[in-house]
Write a protein that binds this ligand. Structure first.
Ligand code: TK8
Length: 344
């Protein structure tokens, strides 16, 4: 069961319970303890689905495989934890795809703004052979990439002013917003193109940077903004949905290689099942989190199609710069999957 701290209770909608754990009990191949570091809080879909992952492993190994989850970036941020997987000082992590482009460059396709217009399209892309091929491309880096799930649609927040247009980001007379970005060159390009002053920064440092005014704002899905209490230091939100970011569930290759093939198959199955559950939770959380943020005083600007179109037009130079570097063929493949999913 998912005990969430009472104080956090108010931050958790009545979410769907995870699917019942079915599947055979695996053979006895010894005891395995997995240390898993994640970036988000215990109330996040990322944590709740990681707990489900742990429950599947524990139940189907009769307690021989246990997973200890360390949330809130307490073991480090996405970049640091991926390095810890490579050296084997951490067994699992769950970063966004964006900082992982240093290992698999093709992942940067997910950072192209407005590429994935609907969640159905995003899920179709993550489940596609070309995306699964990106997970396979981690082989040999020291990281075993197990499954994609949903970080979600990124929304802009800031402490300076309401934003409903690219001009509001650039602040024609008062200067551009300073925006923290993930450590990813396409995100830097997006906010530079919009006239902001982007600053790459680890997620774990972001709250205090906003509290001290080092940055005006950041961009993350509503559920992350809520569960990380960003509304305490951010007065304005804008429903830009400018990028859909996946999470990638990862294991150290050293941990993976030490496990019996039957345990490896169980870990792979559990990763896929918990990733599917995470996408369901993240979907349920999204609108509810935005309402909670408004109740907690955040002034959220909803953008109409025309205002979104103005942002899409303003960031076109990002495609001009990055399409050749990411690969026109890959982008066309992804756009083909998007169109197919929209026609279903
Ligand atoms: C959490 C991060 C976070 C990401 C970011 O580990 O860095 O802004 O969106 O969710 O992966």
């Amino acid at each position: 069961t998912f005990g969430v701290a009472l104080s956090a209770q108010a931050q958790t909608p009545d979410l769907s319970e995870p699917p019942a754990i079915d599947g055979d009990v695996v053979g006895d191949h010894g005891s395995v303890t997995i240390r898993m570091g994640i970036g988000l809080a215990e109330t996040s879909p990322q944590y709740l689905s990681s707990q489900y992952f742990a429950d599947i492993l524990e139940e189907r190994s009769e307690g021989r495989i246990t997973v200890n989850i360390f949330p809130n970036s307490q073991l480090g941020d996405d970049v640091q934890m991926m390095e810890m997987l490579q050296t084997g000082t951490l067994d699992m992590s769950y970063p966004s795809s964006s900082p992982a482009t240093t290992y698999v460059e093709e992942l940067a396709v997910f950072d192209l703004p407005f590429l994935l217009p609907t969640r159905d399209a995003a899920v179709a892309v993550m489940n596609s052979d070309v995306a699964q091929g990106m997970l396979d491309a981690f082989d040999g880096t020291g990281i075993k990439a197990l499954a994609f799930s949903e970080n979600g649609y990124r929304q802009l927040s800031n402490s300076a002013r309401a934003v409903e247009s690219p001009e509001d980001v650039a602040g024609m007379d008062v200067g551009g917003l300073t925006i923290r970005t993930m450590e990813n060159p396409v995100h830097l390009s997006i906010w530079q193109t919009l006239g902001a002053n982007p600053t790459p920064m680890a997620f774990g440092e972001l709250f205090s940077a906003m509290e001290q005014g080092v940055v005006d704002g950041q961009e993350n899905p509503w559920s992350t903004i809520l569960t990380s209490n960003f509304h305490e230091v951010q007065d304005y939100g804008s429903e830009t949905r400018h990028v859909y970011t996946p999470f990638i569930m990862m294991m150290s290759e050293r941990t993976w290689d030490r496990m019996d093939p039957e345990y490896q198959e169980l870990v792979q199955d559990a990763a896929r099942q918990s990733a599917a559950y995470e996408i369901q939770l993240s979907t349920e959380y999204d609108d509810w989190a935005r309402e909670q943020l408004e109740e907690r005083g955040m002034q959220i600007t909803r953008l109409d199609d025309e205002q979104i179109a103005a942002f899409q037009e303003a960031v076109q130079p990002v495609y001009d710069e990055w399409a050749p570097r990411i690969g026109e063929d890959l982008i066309e493949q992804i756009q083909g999957i998007v169109e197919e999913s929209m026609n279903d």
